[in-house]
Design a protein around this ligand. Structure first.
Ligand SMILES: [Zn+2]
Length: 245
């Protein structure tokens, strides 16, 4: 049985005899995997189609219940890659890693596909803002995982005015009115405003990193740490990114 669908390439792992196991984010937001044979051959027509974050039309062949289906075709429809743009390429690898861990086989979440395709298009349009787009994706992934409460009202006392000072596991965002936090450890002023910017901007308008914006710096670090902890710790793609940019 052959099944064809739109998908986004996540990761490619070498497999027996010059083949590869490729994971994808399917158009309904579920994780798909298949074996592609002979991708190392010089004539292999689809090598470029397996670059991370490439948007493809892919055909799988195999029994419905088979563990590993065979990929019979994979056509590239859109590539977010900007040749020679190191930072954008490294961020693409990070995004592929993140979504490969968050997406589940057999569990559809269309928000994941919408988010990753929006980030891919934003990377193509604005490769210079790759780090801003990464932070944007991390924020929305936490939201999709149900780990990011709405920042409008304090999760403990309901205040909409007092500045947010921390993100707690039990109450979500907590404000200065109800939660005493040492000034050195509290989130900077402007945290709620920055979170609102992240929530309301499309991926192409993701806030660009601004070293002078302390709220942005603190929120980005906090959300990244929370997400990576949830996904089981350090990701190799991130280590490569921090080493090179
Ligand atoms: Zn409060």
């Amino acid at each position: 049985m052959i099944r064809t669908c739109d998908a986004i390439v996540l990761k490619t792992t070498p497999y027996a005899e010059g083949g590869a196991v490729v994971s994808f984010l399917g158009e309904h937001g579920e994780r798909l995997t298949g074996v592609a044979k002979g991708i190392k051959k010089p004539t292999a027509k689809w090598v470029a189609a397996f670059e991370p974050l490439g948007m493809v039309r892919v055909a799988f062949f195999g029994k419905e219940q088979a563990d590993l289906k065979r990929i019979t075709r994979c056509d590239l429809a859109f590539s977010p890659l900007t040749l020679g743009h190191l930072e954008a390429s490294l961020v693409m690898a990070c995004l592929a890693d993140l979504f490969d861990r968050v997406a589940r086989e057999g569990i559809e979440d269309e928000r994941l596909y919408r988010l990753l395709s929006a980030c891919g298009r934003a990377l193509k349009a604005k490769p210079d803002n790759a780090l801003g787009i990464l932070a944007y994706a991390e924020h929305w992934l936490l939201h999709c995982l149900g780990l990011l409460p709405h920042p409008q009202a304090c999760g403990r006392c309901g205040s909409r005015e007092a500045p947010l000072v921390l993100l707690s596991e039990d109450h979500g965002w907590c404000c200065a009115a109800c939660t005493p936090v040492d000034a050195a450890e509290a989130l900077p002023p402007g945290t709620r405003t920055f979170l609102r910017r992240l929530r309301t901007a499309p991926a192409e308008e993701a806030p660009a990193p601004d070293p002078a914006d302390t709220a942005q710096q603190a929120v980005t670090a906090l959300l990244r740490q929370r997400l990576l902890r949830e996904l089981g710790g350090r990701l190799r793609s991130y280590e490569v990114l921090w080493r090179l940019v």
